[in-house]
Design a protein around this ligand. Sequence first.
Ligand code: MN3
Length: 386
Amino acid sequence: MKKRIAILGSTGSIGVQALEVISNNTDLFEVDVLTANSSTELLIAQAKQFEPNIVIIADETKYNEISNALKSLPIKVFAGADSIAQVVESSEIDIVLTAMVGYAGLLPTINAIKAGKKIALANKETLVVAGELIKDLALQNNAQIIPVDSEHSAIFQCLVGEVNNNIEKIILTASGGPFRGKDKTFLAKVTRGQALKHPNWAMGNKITIDSATLMNKGLEVIEAKWLFDIKPEQIDVIVHPQSIVHSLVQFEDGSLKAQLGLPDMKLPIQYAFGFPERIKNKFDRFNFIDYPELTFEQPDKENFTCLQIAYDALDKGGNTACVMNAANEVLVDAFLNNKVGFLQIPEYIQETIIKSNFIAKPSLDDYINSNKLAREITQSLIKSTK
Ligand code: MN3
């Protein structure tokens, strides 16, 4: 029996690589649903190639374009965020890959969990926004969440077979991004173009800017807390510029397990789809001789304050990480549109957190409201920028 996969965010970097994994393993997987935010051309091409049951475009103004292009094929076409949130409940689907960007992942992920689907989680923001709620829902509905984020996939792989063994700590590796070693004088002047040049990973724009600010690692600390049910003080971050050691787990006996490989997202995607089995492939292999040095250093929390902001948000709890995430999404977008400088990203995130109402035990509605209000606060801070 082939596993039927819904890919939410099929035209993004993870979505495209997921389809590559599926086309390499047509005996194991098939595509049931493809969704995209607004990239019509690529979505149409993917739909023609993979012939899923359902295609959904979030941007409703693009419905006719997609529908006309696919009218000769037996594919149902829908539009709008609500359709995406509903489609994951379909009984045809075995695995839902959540690869959309940002907060948009929240409601579809919740519905997929409630429908008891296996989740291949590539949308870390969902756990940042509402980690506690997601964790509880997954437990209640017996839904398995398998991380696709390379660091969390590494940790997940290290934990296989260690069911009764306690974790002492988790060590997340970070590349350090394109501005590793730079100070605030330099960072104040960096451009969009410089920030989009990641040294190791080819990724979407949002996550690439998050990597440059180290907010990506902050989001990943929060993601790790909810995925592996550990305390914030058990999560360390170490900068490893070569991105070969994808992360590590230290057990109570002091033993460390790590997962290593070349930086290639197809591996964690394939692992999540195939779990618990590993699937033979022809991806490039790591060779120690090509990497005579694997180096490690402390993250620079003085100049890259986003990482500390995320730890603080996790300590404060409640809706703080939700507010932080909303502010960050707005600010990354503003930075990409040259409306704010690089250092205003952490500055305005802090201000948004200070100006937002704290809710200690948020409901889903509280998260939805906190997200909305935080975006408004951040937008007004951006508008006041001279
Ligand atoms: Mn990652």
